[in-house]
Ligand binder design. Structure first.
Ligand SMILES: [Zn+2]
Ligand SMILES: [Zn+2]
Length: 202
């Protein structure tokens, strides 16, 4: 799968164009639709789907403009339904496979950052939205977030991820799985510290 990153908006969201065998999808068009459309035009393939890793505005702001210009279908996990202010073409479920050319991306439901956060798993790559970054996991204190669900999701993902897999997060650097082992440990330590802080407050 060929992947092109476009950094958009004030929160520097990673929007991705993912291409396989003359088919393309857009992941998280968070802002600056013109910038994204320019890159799409360069590749000269009409996108098939716009997949949203979660509902937050910094991942969805350009979605309607892009749909208008490309007619691509909008896909998001069904648990984000109550948080959306635009209509969607297809609601996704855990383990659902999305075909792009010769390849496919598997939906991994990974709640914690939001109720319907997803990761998209390919053969050698995974798009993690705001669930996993190079230096840890996404915040859980926003609407729909849950520290407990995040912990479960990190556990689930640690079983799915393979060495040398490329991780495409929603913000920051693209990195390899080897590093994520470290950040998972770090994430666990963060959780332990967080829990200590909570119990100290009681
Ligand atoms: Zn987010
Ligand atoms: Zn974000």
């Amino acid at each position: 799968m060929e992947v092109k990153r476009i950094i958009v908006g004030p929160l520097e969201t990673n929007c991705y164009l993912s291409i396989s065998d003359n088919e393309m999808i857009v992941i998280d068009p968070g802002d600056e639709p013109e910038k994204i459309l320019t890159e799409i035009k360069k590749i000269k393939i009409k996108p098939k789907y716009i997949i949203l890793t979660h509902y937050h505005f910094d991942h969805t702001l350009a979605v309607l403009e892009l749909k208008k210009k490309t007619e691509a279908k909008i896909l998001i996990h069904e648990k984000e339904k109550d948080f959306l202010n635009f209509s969607v073409d297809l609601y996704l479920k855990d383990k659902q496979k999305i075909k792009i050319g010769n390849e496919s991306l598997k939906v991994i439901h990974s709640p914690g950052h939001t109720k319907g956060s997803i990761c998209l798993l390919g053969k050698k790559e995974i798009f993690t939205g705001d669930t996993i970054f190079e230096n840890g996991y996404g915040r859980t204190d926003l609407l729909g977030g849950s520290e407990k669900e995040m912990r479960e999701s990190l556990k689930k993902l640690s079983k799915i991820l393979k060495p040398s897999m490329v991780i495409y997060p929603g913000h920051g650097n693209i990195f390899q799985y080897r590093k994520i082992c470290l950040s998972y440990q770090k994430s666990k330590q963060l959780l332990i510290n967080f829990k200590k802080r909570l119990s100290a407050k009681k």
